[in-house]
Design a binder for this molecule. Structure first.
Ligand SMILES: [Zn+2]
Length: 558
């Protein structure tokens, strides 16, 4: 890369792609091909970092019109031009006669992924994918536009979420019902969008010669190491091993709240009606206490977090002029992580900083890897890095709390872990049903969803709100926008729980394996990333049963 390359100017970027394309047929040896791959890799890393820097600048300063303009310029004028140029280079690579002479072990994953991408491409599907993206945008626009009038004030549905934590039950019910009714008014619109999406997806999979969209999506998502049958085993194991724990927790909650039955608006409030946990007042305190947790956990990881502070790679406090939410982003060419969040002093913030720090440790661990695509792992393993750090960090959460509050914080976290599995199984099983039942009608789809809610939904009394329950999937964005992408979180949580279980037996060894697996980045297939971390890549009852036992035991202690 030239030192002064302006990566916001397509006229300056295009010649770099021209050079790579021109060089491809002139390469004489496997070493030449490797050098060519490294140059392509560096170009991609630089472009990735340019995009990340612009995104970070915009989200940190939403009131800076220049920052927004610079980001949109990249999205609208650079990214669309990149796609076809990248695809040509991918074809140059897969068709290259020297490709088979590359060191096979080293390039196996890269080769598999590029070949997969090239093989799936169908020019006749490009316009269908554009159509699909427009419908996704329609879904987001519709969801984002919904508001309700709550006690004289207009509120977004996200803003309404916090009332479900209020101890005043009639107020919770009022807030919940208002939101449920507002969503139901749009039920037909959600179904319209979805019917059009699944029709497009059926055609896209047919164009690529797949029997159904499920099989196509598995290939498209690079699921080389697990099958639809493995997912079905996950669903069964969650039903058998996890749902009973979720029901026990619900029964406890019902008793603590002194209710005859749990209603949908009783699930987020503290069951003992206590005020929210207050882990810290200032963001600076959050950072120094998190640092102390890492100091106690592992010297190397602690050094990484300290380095992020020294290099100002954290923007954590909530302030005016900042986008909502939290994320970890990697500056791909500098090979450094960045964490963004909006801390306001809640337990949720502690979970977020531990989680995002896990992603940051992953980025730091892969700094020595020169092949850009290998500096990131598949999502099924990225979330092992982050979710493990929530569990391992929680061991020292007394840095934030008194003994009693620490126990409460751990319990809230573990209840969340238990609760997420049944929902993941529901969302995943629903999508398997949808894409293997082509030509189904809305009534059939509704019945399939209700059956899954009966199977995984636990003991919540929905009487009087059956229609809201039957349409609950409308609020799960992934079903509309990222089809089939969801079970990844369940697979990763199983990995994280195994890392945690290992650390209870032998902390030093578990942390060593964890760090070793992070350092592999995406250079090895998923089962090897998991085994290096000391985990099985397997999600049937064989793996889930002992983890469910551990969860039950840990919850009993809290
Ligand atoms: Zn994450």
């Amino acid at each position: 890369m030239p030192q002064d390359a302006d990566l916001g100017d397509w006229a300056r970027i295009a010649p770099l792609f021209d050079q790579l394309e021109k060089r491809a047929p002139e390469l004489k040896t496997a070493d030449d091909l490797q050098a060519w791959l490294m140059d392509w890799s560096e170009l991609n890393a630089a472009l990735d970092e340019e995009s990340s820097r612009r995104y970070i600048a915009m989200t940190c300063h939403t009131d800076d019109a220049g920052a927004e303009k610079a980001y949109l310029h990249f999205v609208e004028n650079i990214e669309p031009q990149l796609k076809p140029r990248q695809f040509t280079l991918e074809q140059n690579y897969t068709a290259h006669p020297l490709r088979r002479q590359l060191p096979s072990e080293r390039f196996a994953v890269f080769d598999r992924d590029v070949k997969n991408h090239v093989e799936l491409f169908r020019p006749e599907s490009v316009s269908l994918e554009t159509e699909e993206a427009k419908l996704s945008q329609q879904y987001q626009k519709l969801t984002g536009s919904l508001t309700v009038n709550f006690r004289g004030e207009e509120k977004t549905l996200v803003q309404m979420g916090r009332y479900l934590e209020e101890t005043d039950r009639p107020l919770r019910q009022e807030a919940w019902e208002l939101v449920a009714k507002r969503r139901l008014q749009e039920a037909d619109n959600f179904d319209d969008i979805f019917d059009r999406q699944i029709a497009l997806r059926a055609q896209i999979s047919k164009n690529a010669s797949f029997e159904n969209y499920r099989d196509y999506a598995f290939r498209r998502l690079g699921r080389f190491d697990y099958t639809p049958d493995d997912c079905a085993k996950f669903h069964d194991a969650v039903e058998k091993e996890i749902v009973p724990i979720a029901r026990e927790l619900q029964a406890q909650r019902r008793q603590q709240l002194k209710l005859d039955s749990l209603r949908p608006w009783d699930l987020a409030v503290d069951p003992l009606n206590r005020p929210p946990l207050k882990p810290f007042a200032q963001t600076g305190e959050m950072v120094s206490r998190t640092q102390k947790i890492f100091n106690r956990l592992d010297t190397e990881l602690a050094g990484g977090f300290q380095q992020m502070q020294d290099l100002k790679l954290l923007d954590l406090d909530n302030r005016k002029g900042k986008a909502p939410g939290g994320y970890q982003s990697t500056l791909a060419e500098s090979r450094l992580p960045f964490i963004f969040m909006n801390a306001v002093g809640l337990q949720r913030d502690v979970e977020t900083i531990l989680h995002e720090a896990g992603h940051a440790f992953h980025a730091l661990a892969t700094r020595a890897e020169d092949l850009y695509p290998y500096r990131s792992a598949p999502i099924e393993f990225c979330e092992v890095a982050s979710m493990s750090m929530e569990l391992l960090g929680n061991e020292f959460i007394e840095e934030f709390y008194s003994t009693d509050d620490a126990r409460r914080a751990r319990r809230v976290h573990l209840e969340g872990v238990v609760g997420v599995f049944p929902w993941i199984a529901t969302v995943d099983a629903f999508q398997h049903w949808i894409y293997t039942h082509p030509g189904h009608n809305r009534e059939g789809r509704r019945k399939a969803w209700i059956a899954l809610m009966d199977r995984f939904g636990g003991d919540v009394d929905w009487s009087g709100f059956e229609n809201a329950r039957a349409n609950l999937w409308h609020r799960q964005l992934h079903i509309f926008i990222h089809p089939f992408y969801y079970i990844e979180y369940g697979i990763a949580e199983l990995g994280a729980l195994q890392v945690w279980a290992n650390s209870k037996r032998d902390k030093a060894r578990a942390l060593n394996d964890y760090k070793k697996s992070l350092a592999l980045g995406g250079s090895r297939p998923l089962p090897e990333l998991f085994s290096t971390a000391g985990c099985q890549f397997e999600f049937s009852a064989r793996t889930i049963q002992p983890l469910a036992g551990m969860l039950r035991e840990e919850l009993a202690k809290l």
